[in-house]
Design a protein. Sequence first.
Length: 420
Amino acid sequence: AVVSNAEYGTEKREDYCRTMLRVNNEVAYSNYWAAMTVGGYYKSVPEYREILRRIKVGTHPVPMVHSTLLIDLQGENADKLKYYPMDKSYSGPIDDIIHFALHARSIGVPMFLDNENIYGNMLTRGEFNTVSEEIVAWHEYYAEVLLPGVAHLPKSVYLGDKRPAPSKLGFDEVYMINLVRRPERKNRMMALFDMMSIDVNVFNAVDGKQLDDEKLKELNVKQLEGYEDPYLKRSLKLGEIGCFLSHYYIWEEVVAKNYKQVIVLEDDLRFKPNFKSHLAAMMREVQDLEIDWDLIYLSRKILFHQKERWVPLSSRLVLPDYSYWTAGYLLSQSGAKKLLRQEPLSKMMAVDEYLPLMFNKHPNKEWSAHFGPRDLKAYSASPLLAEPQFYIGQKGYLSDTETSEIIDPEILAKQGGRVC
């Protein structure tokens, strides 16, 4: 049996060969066919997307697997598998992968596709004006597939190294927030930035595990009156306070150094394909449309997609509604000032609750009443340009905010109220 799809897994069945390759989620393409015409050509069927998007997970019988195959050479008739020479009786298209699939079928070796595990990544064809552009795109894609704990992957000696010199992509600074006790995340991200030729400033995050009563008093950190996590119905966690402070100190630095615009990134991101070119195109559109902005999301969890609208005349920006996450965003000088002038440390909430509140899209009006004016000019890239490396529930997911301790009730009591 033969199975392949660069993003899926393998079962221990004797005569199967299959591996599914992961591709850009915006591209409906991988290394298998879910159906084939009588003449041996590709046939579009609903099952293709169901397998690709993992709506159906498992081992699937398919007529075609190509590019990456897992073959049990001990299986019956495995020694008869071939691409070339073609069978004398073969009358299908003159194509090696089609001949291989039909030949395998003719000798009783079926193909299967396993989409349960991740086997690798597949580079999809793009539109490039020059070979140099294609090389840059390849380096970006190479960076995207870096695995946790793997600083570098083996690289062909034929690829060369024609990357541009590292830059800040037209911004005053590119910040990457990282906990000192998470060097594996830093190493992965720095390897990624190296491959993408991005000059980044590693900003040491405030570690919630090192916060105590005295430090919180010193900073005048107090939880917003009446605040609780909207879903878990609990007070702030120390990790969430550390996360807020990390972003807050960047906002302060932006103002102190009079930066016009910066990029703020957390250390658990996966950039979408061609991140740099899409970011540059988006910023050209911002300039062409003369958009006055304070904050632009690069990554977020969209909660109310149906409420969001495109920016007039834009093909890359939307007006965001209530959203979660602060994994990646652009911030302007005016935006940093607006976020700071509310003195949010003395009425703290989770930072990804604070941002939508400041552009007046937070559903909790009681919390919103403590802040004003809520006039942050916020936009969002569409499609988003980055996503979390892992989502909740996936193998490898780790959150230093969610696994931290909730605020000590004794601290609240000593401060005379709902204080962090």
